[in-house]
Design a protein around this ligand. Structure first.
Ligand SMILES: Cc1cc2nc3c(=O)[nH]c(=O)nc-3n(C[C@H](O)[C@H](O)[C@H](O)COP(=O)(O)OP(=O)(O)OC[C@H]3O[C@@H](n4cnc5c(N)ncnc54)[C@H](O)[C@@H]3O)c2cc1C
Length: 254
């Protein structure tokens, strides 16, 4: 029995778009290696497929979740009773000093292609796993660098209507670990970043820096079954600032 007829038997969805699969395991699609199966799963390769997937979910009142490389998610062993969308929007194009990358493109690959094209900037995020979608969602950061500093504009898709539009940097309301994508009213389709064109010598320097950052990270962090840093950013109402007479200070967690 194929999965479509199995679903019909359970009074669920009769007619699946060809690119939507059923009962797909998720444990091999994230860094922790956890998670049961997604009832529905797809990897749209075009914005139109992305839109079709959302329309399908909306029509059948299925919850949706967008998955990148799963480097910042912990998936329940119960699985996901809805549609997991893992965008396979992988195009990378250049226009002068701007690079536009699809939401599903891996950050590591985008950095390499930018260096190959004489553009520096994004290599500051070397060694951080994930896709462009995940990076923009969280406003990816490494020391003083935030991906928001490079993003000029982006294409987003409305989570309900599937309408696609272009928005500028301000739309994202970026702050530490935050972008408007957290509201989950829209998902990222692609993003355009402004980089710096430089000489072959400085490209070589940037490649060296990239290797050094990766070496430094590899020495400090586990590289499997992890989500990177294990700390939580506390909200102001959870902590109290205490300053003593010597002007030392600390935060007390209530
Ligand atoms: C070893 C390790 C080191 C790390 N170091 C850092 C670090 O230095 N700095 C840092 O900032 N992070 C770091 N992280 C966290 C992680 O790399 C980032 O959060 C990364 O951006 C996750 O990308 P992803 O594609 O795997 O997203 P996922 O983990 O798959 O998803 C993360 C979130 O993004 C959302 N999302 C994904 N794609 C889209 C889209 N197209 N549209 C809308 N929402 C989307 C998901 O719904 C989810 O809420 C680290 C993680 C690991 C495992």
């Amino acid at each position: 029995m194929n999965s479509t007829s199995l679903l019909s038997k359970n009074n669920a969805v009769d007619h699946l778009p060809a690119f939507i699969q059923t009962n797909i395991p998720l444990h091999d699609k994230n860094w922790f290696g956890t998670g049961g199966a997604a009832h529905y799963f797809c990897e749209p390769k075009t914005p139109q497929e992305f839109s079709t997937a959302l329309a399908f979910a909306h029509q059948h009142q299925l919850p949706t979740y967008i998955l990148g490389e799963g480097a910042n998610v912990l998936i329940s062993d119960a699985g996901f009773a809805g549609l997991i969308i893992r965008p396979r929007l992988l195009d990378i194009t250049f226009s002068d000093t701007h690079v536009t990358a699809g939401a599903g493109a891996s950050l590591a690959h985008v950095i390499e292609v930018c260096l190959d094209n004489g553009l520096i900037g994004l290599e500051e995020f070397s060694g951080i796993p994930g896709t462009i979608g995940g990076a923009v969602f969280i406003n990816l950061h490494y020391f003083e660098f935030l991906i928001a500093q490079f993003l000029v504009h982006a294409v987003i898709i409305d989570a309900v209507t599937g309408v696609i539009q272009t928005v500028d940097n301000a739309w994202f309301n970026f702050s530490y670990n935050y972008s408007t994508l957290h509201t989950r009213t829209h998902y990222l389709v692609c993003a355009t970043f402004a980089l710096t064109r430089t000489s072959p010598d400085l490209i070589n320097f940037a490649r060296g820096r990239r290797h050094e950052i990766i070496r430094h990270r590899a020495r400090r962090y586990p590289t499997a079954r992890t989500c990177g840093s294990f700390f939580r950013v506390f909200h102001p109402e959870e902590v109290t600032l205490v300053i003593n007479t010597k002007n030392d200070f600390c935060w007390l967690l209530s």
